[in-house]
Design a binder for this molecule. Structure first.
Ligand code: UGA
Length: 436
């Protein structure tokens, strides 16, 4: 058992803290937001993440997990994980690392145990870890830094943390490696591969992985553009190329493209950082990846307006999905809300529903209309847009939904609906990258 602090209990930190307690460690989560601390200490995650509430309840009941706003509570820990966010800087491409700097300073000021390991998990521009290590050498020479990027996906965060695909350990000493191997002894014993490397490779591994995933999505969405122009079917095309093991079928789902708090901002920050380290040409392709992604949203708006007869003014649109992806209530850079807002700006009367993200959506876009069920959102609409592929929307009965709409016209922004079933129920079905 290791005594652990998790600094920053947002998405990453709350999940990490609960999972470390589940692995048998003694964990204190440090968080400045008092409401969040209270909610976590009550066993309620402040966001939707399947399985997390159970894990919090188990950790709290075991006495091995607690959350606090008091930095004095981390004095004696052996390992302090830095889990704060690195959002895109306002008006710039680059990431804002000020929270990482502040969290590291907090650890330096409060962790007193000699030889304690400070472990960065946040997604940072390459070169951040050596800078922080220098800072620690100056301000808290009794501490050592390691970098251990996190690869969890929202909606699968608990499994991704307890049974990760791999662990990347950026270390400068054998001792740091040994401490981290001890922390992750359970997944390692279960077969999780470990890559032990330097700081730069560990930092790059995270942004490289997210850039590759974004590139895969934009690649298939570029193929969707070609299918639209040349008459192909991008879903079958993805199957056809995805069966090649070297390519693989996952992350080849064409549609509205990627959003969320990670992929869009990470590829932009990566481009900005490449310029700063003198390798700006290496990542210019990511500009195209970003552009292809954003074009899908405009294409969806154009298709909807065409489906409404050329003008959205006064027409009613039902939108299924507000979260940036299913099983999440996260609406950061949500393609669904972006499309809904564009249609509203063009004069449509848009009603949105989502099983988990409505409160967040209402806060960010108070000007849009919301309904708590698909039936309500689609009441009297001229067109239905599936923009986030929640299982409950994919499984909707097209006959039943057909009784509430004004026109049976559906745009499948995620290529998720059963085309034949919807067409058999008399729906005019359109999708991105597919013939109609
Ligand atoms: C992503 C990465 O997948 C994680 O490995 C990483 O740890 C995380 O970012 C992070 O940096 O913290 P996440 O943002 O939770 O995870 O979501 P993804 O599952 O990657 O989906 C991102 C977006 O791509 C969603 O909007 C999704 O709808 C879209 N997507 C995904 C597609 O359009 N097509 C696909 O085939 C797959």
């Amino acid at each position: 058992m290791t005594s652990i602090a998790v600094v920053g209990c947002g998405y990453l930190g709350a999940v990490h803290a609960a999972c470390m307690a589940e692995l048998g460690h003694e964990v204190v989560g440090l968080e400045v937001d008092l409401e969040r601390v209270a909610s976590l200490n009550d066993g309620r995650a402040p966001f939707h993440e399947p399985g997390l509430d159970d894990l919090l309840a188990r950790g709290l009941a075991s006495g091995r997990l607690s959350f606090t706003a008091d930095p004095a509570a981390i004095a004696e820990v052996e390992v302090a994980f830095i889990c704060v966010g690195t959002p895109q800087r306002r008006g710039e491409l680059a990431a804002d690392v000020s929270h990482v700097d502040a969290a590291t300073a907090t650890v330096a000021a409060h962790v007193t145990r000699a030889g304690a390991l400070v472990v960065g998990k946040s997604t940072v521009p390459v070169g951040t870890a050596p800078r922080l290590a220098e800072e620690l050498a100056r301000t808290a020479p009794h501490l050592e830094l390691a970098w251990n990027p996190e690869f969890l996906r929202e909606g699968h965060a608990v499994d991704d943390t307890l049974e990760p695909d791999r662990l990347v350990l950026g270390v400068t000493s054998e001792r740091a490696e040994a401490v981290l191997r001890e922390v992750y002894a359970t997944p390692i014993a279960g077969g999780t591969p470990v890559v032990v490397t330097d700081f730069a490779t560990a930092e790059l591994a995270k942004v490289a992985a997210n850039s590759f995933l974004a590139t895969k999505i934009s690649f298939i969405n570029a193929m969707a553009e070609l299918c639209e122009a040349a008459g192909g079917d991008v879903v079958l095309l993805a199957d056809a190329i995805g069966h090649d093991k070297r390519i693989g079928r996952s992350f080849l789902n064409a549609g509205l493209g990627f959003g969320g708090g990670c992929l869009p901002k990470d590829i932009r920050a990566f481009m900005a950082r490449a310029g700063e380290v003198g390798a700006d040409q290496a990542l210019t392709f990511l500009r195209e990846v970003d552009a292809i992604n954003m074009r899908r949203r405009s294409r969806m708006v154009d298709l909807a307006i065409a489906g409404l007869g050329g003008s959205a003014i006064g027409r009613r649109v039902g939108v299924l999905g507000a979260a940036f992806k299913p099983h999440s209530d996260d609406i950061r850079d949500s393609p669904a809300l972006n499309v809904a807002a564009q249609l509203q700006l063009q004069g449509a009367d848009v009603v949105i529903t989502d099983p988990e993200a409505l409160d967040n959506a209402r806060r960010l876009w108070p000007g849009l209309s919301y309904a708590s069920t698909a039936q309500e959102a689609c009441e009297g609409v001229d067109i239905v847009l599936l923009l986030t592929e929640w299982p409950e929307y994919v499984g909707l009965d097209p006959d039943e939904l057909g009784t509430v709409v004004r026109r049976r016209h559906v745009l499948d922004g995620r290529n998720a609906l059963d085309v034949r079933r919807w067409q058999a129920a008399g729906w005019d079905y359109r999708a991105l990258g597919r013939p109609h």
